[in-house]
Design a binder for this molecule. Structure first.
Ligand SMILES: *Cc1c(COP(=O)(O)O)cnc(C)c1O
Length: 380
């Protein structure tokens, strides 16, 4: 079956007991046993829950993995993954990362003696150099947050595997509707389901999808041992969101295209960051590994922090808020909001300037979004 059909039907057959076409929300924390240690597959709701099981099977199907695991948040998924990294081992991470991801890496570096190196892995020469030494994990976002850089996932998978590493891709920005890293050679996909998968700004969640059975077994064990699991109701909300992921991603992209049109022509914008606009090699990479470019556009506004603040104040349709990937358009000032936990010098070195603004284009009428950005830019 094709992707849009799988979004609705994969692992979601009508409930065998009642015929309900939507999976029931099973709130029970425990399940009756017919004899000691004899269950129908569910024992205790942290260890396994029927509603969560439907979501996890759906995620595995959509990302072409062996197993999906759902967590209480994206960082809950990452915390559980990092529990599998022994002290003294090395993580090689892309340098442009979600702020909370970097914060957690730094915590593990200081607290548990894990070695972490950040590199611009969109530059394959730099990747080759940093992966000459063995690594335990290679950790990549593509597109990156907030600069929308692209990493050649197939090439990184080859280099990382040669260094003995598992390849982890945070696929939050692209979603499996536009990019499936496991099909390109990655081992583990991570999601903040809070963003596009949920899609409506009403649920916090995270996920891991594993390509290898040994990783699946180890991480399922850790999911239960650590216990950062989502509630059955939250699992239901993500399942509900997933049904429309295909149509939503197409609408997000149409909105982003309308906004890119405006910002590229504006003299008030110094730089536009959007997948595939960084030259011919990047456009070719988009064609190779993505089936769309997504709904996030970052721009560098003239006048630095002051210019950005004026622009943000004038926007009417875009709401100033953290988060992204929902039906309503949101705008973020990374330097003072999502990426404020990164030291200023580090942030500037990686190009996250005070004038940078990240637009999460929603599914309103694209013409209204384009007009909103155009009128706000006039005030800069
Ligand atoms: C939001 C986000 C996270 C963290 O997820 P939470 O659900 O907020 O814990 C991780 N990676 C990316 C790319 C994100 O946007």
């Amino acid at each position: 079956m094709r992707f849009d059909t799988r979004l609705i039907h994969a692992r979601q057959a009508p409930d065998p007991a009642t015929g309900a076409v939507v999976p029931p929300i099973h709130l029970a924390t425990t399940f009756a046993q017919s004899a000691p240690n004899r269950s129908k597959g569910f024992v205790y709701s942290r260890s396994g829950n029927p509603t969560r099981a439907v979501l996890e099977a759906t995620l595995a199907d959509l990302e072409s993995g062996r197993r999906g695991l759902a967590f209480a948040s994206g960082l809950g998924a990452l915390t559980t993954l990092l529990e599998s990294v022994p002290s003294g081992r090395r993580i090689v991470a892309v340098d442009d990362l979600y702020g909370g991801t970097r914060r957690l890496f730094e915590h593990h570096r200081q607290q548990f003696g894990v070695e972490v190196e950040y590199r611009d892995l969109s530059d394959l020469a730099a990747a080759r150099e940093v992966l000459r030494r063995p690594a335990h994990l290679v950790y990549v976002e593509s597109p990156t947050n907030p600069l929308l850089k692209l990493v050649d996932l197939a090439a990184i998978a080859r280099l990382g595997h040669a260094a003995g590493a598992r390849i982890v891709v945070d696929n939050t920005f692209a979603t499996p509707a536009l990019q499936r890293p496991l099909e390109l050679g990655a081992d583990i996909v991570l999601h903040s389901m809070t963003k596009y998968l949920g899609g409506h700004s009403d649920v916090v969640g995270g996920a891991l999808v594993l390509a290898r059975d040994d990783d699946a077994e180890r991480l399922a064990w850790l999911q239960n041992a650590v216990g950062a699991v989502p509630s059955p109701f939250d699992c239901f909300l993500v399942l509900r969101g997933l049904h429309t992921l295909g149509v939503r991603m197409r609408a997000h992209e149409a909105s982003a295209a309308a906004v890119v049109e405006v910002v590229r022509r504006s003299r008030k914008v110094r730089a536009v960051h959007y997948p595939g606009t960084g030259g011919r090699a990047e456009a070719a990479l988009v064609r190779r590994q993505m089936s769309g470019r997504g709904g996030i556009v970052s721009i560098e506004v003239d006048g630095g922090g002051r210019g950005a603040r004026r622009f943000l104040r004038r926007l009417r349709v875009f709401t100033l808020a953290e988060s992204l990937g929902a039906v309503e358009s949101l705008v973020d000032h990374p330097a003072s909001m999502t990426h404020a936990s990164i030291p200023r010098a580090v942030r500037l070195r990686h190009g996250v300037t005070d004038g940078l603004v990240r637009l999460s284009c929603g599914i309103e009428d694209p013409a209204d979004l384009a007009e909103d950005v155009a009128q706000a830019l006039r005030s800069v």
